[in-house]
Design a protein around this ligand. Structure first.
Ligand SMILES: Cc1ncc(COP(=O)(O)O)c(C=O)c1O
Length: 389
């Protein structure tokens, strides 16, 4: 019997030890022991499925990876210390000097720095396509292109990219399609269904969901994952067993948490859309979202991120942050606590206004990571802050 998402997230767990524990224990150990010389030889020759050293594998990281694979419909995976560890580990393992990436223009800031500052040091270059014009992705493909990369929904613009179209494009040109699925989580969207070869997550976000630990994971095609695994094993970006243990427990409640995040977010997005001090609200499951049809096609619900534009631009954005009383001013997202950010005066303040606009960040743009507090309390805080403007 093929089990449902929630059941897999809970029941896919480590084999019980001799203590017959109900919940998986924490294996906080850097290495593992062997019976004898032959046992050790066979383990190193990979003739036996054995843990050797926790930089390579650890029962807790294996449990976490196996849960994510079950959720994403992936054959194999690698866990990393952070989401950026996963992003870097994926590109660095697959690319060599002279290779080229085609990426959506709107990507997470550190991923953008990787493309513009660090990968060029190894002669790996990137061309960008416009999220609102995915047909420009085809035009950006060169003879040396190896990877197509995108995040959907995007950060912080909450734009969507048609995964089916990207999947078809990657297949046509025999390119590796890598999708950062961090904003949607595997509960809402499974890119492998549309042809993604690899799916990346910052587990720091909704996977943990409680703002406690950092983590990253890449799952997907078995052969590609083998290359990623060997790179990770030799370069030292392993997830800590403790974080893997925390994250495995978190995944058991991912479905119920994300359901509630989405319910709160849709109610707030609908209410904010009516407010006279807001120009527009972008949330995938609002029918006013320009790509509502794509959202309905590839996402189960709209997620927990809303973006909206305040009337009055930069100054009002700063005033709005100062008028917030309960929600947090923090750079994280996907937490139980609602988080408000104003990208133009904070995360993206170093960009020229026209560069900000190119990735959809207007001066009055606010990004809301909707938490799990009672929706009435979140609404009261946001609406009081709007009244103060
Ligand atoms: C879409 C996306 N990808 C990757 C990352 C990087 O994750 P981490 O902070 O765990 O390294 C983030 C972090 O915010 C993100 O939002």
């Amino acid at each position: 019997m093929s089990k449902k998402f929630e059941t897999k997230a809970i029941r896919d767990q480590l084999e019980r030890s001799q203590y017959l524990e109900h919940s998986s224990p924490l294996y906080l150990t850097s290495s593992f022991v062997f019976e004898d010389d032959e046992d050790m030889r066979a383990a190193f020759a990979e003739e036996k499925d054995r843990n050797i050293y926790s930089r390579f594998t650890n029962p807790n990281t294996s449990e976490f990876i196996s849960k994510v694979c079950a959720m994403e419909g992936a054959a194999a995976g690698v866990a990393y210390a952070t989401g950026m560890g996963a992003v870097f580990g994926t590109f660095a393992a697959l690319l060599k000097s002279g290779d080229h990436i085609v990426s959506a223009r709107s990507v997470f800031g550190s991923t953008h720095s990787l493309f513009t500052k660090f990968l060029p040091q190894w002669n790996i270059t990137t061309s960008y396509f416009d999220v609102s014009q995915p047909e420009t992705a085809a035009a950006a493909i060169q003879p040396n292109t190896k990877i197509i990369y995108a995040e959907t929904p995007t950060n912080p613009g909450v734009d969507l990219i048609d995964l089916e179209a990207l999947g078809a494009l990657a297949k046509k040109h025999q390119l590796i399609l890598v999708i950062d699925n961090c904003f949607a989580t595997p509960y809402l969207q499974q890119p492998i269904k549309y042809g993604a070869d690899l799916v990346i997550h910052s587990a720091t976000k909704l996977m943990d969901g409680q703002g406690r630990v950092l983590g990253g994971v890449t799952v997907g095609n078995k052969d590609l994952i083998r290359t990623l695994y060997l790179f990770a094993r030799n370069t030292g970006s392993a997830m800590s067993p403790f974080n893997a243990w925390v994250l495995s427990k978190s995944l058991e409640t991912l479905a119920v948490r994300v359901e509630k995040h989405c319910e709160n977010a849709l109610q707030l997005a609908t209410a904010l859309e009516q407010h006279p001090k807001i120009n527009w609200v972008k949330y995938p499951f609002l029918s006013s979202h320009p790509q509502y049809n794509i959202a309905k096609k590839q996402m189960l619900k709209g997620g927990n991120i809303i973006s909206f534009e305040l009337v009055g631009g930069l100054q009002k954005g700063k005033q709005f942050l100062n008028a917030i009383r309960m929600c947090s001013l923090s750079s994280n997202l996907g937490d139980t606590r609602t988080i408000v950010t104003h990208p133009a005066s904070t995360t993206h303040s170093k960009l020229e206004p026209e560069d900000r606009l190119a990735v959809g960040i207007t001066d009055g743009l606010i990004r809301l990571s909707v938490g799990l507090e009672h929706v009435d309390d979140i609404k009261e805080d946001l609406f009081n802050a709007l009244e103060a403007l």
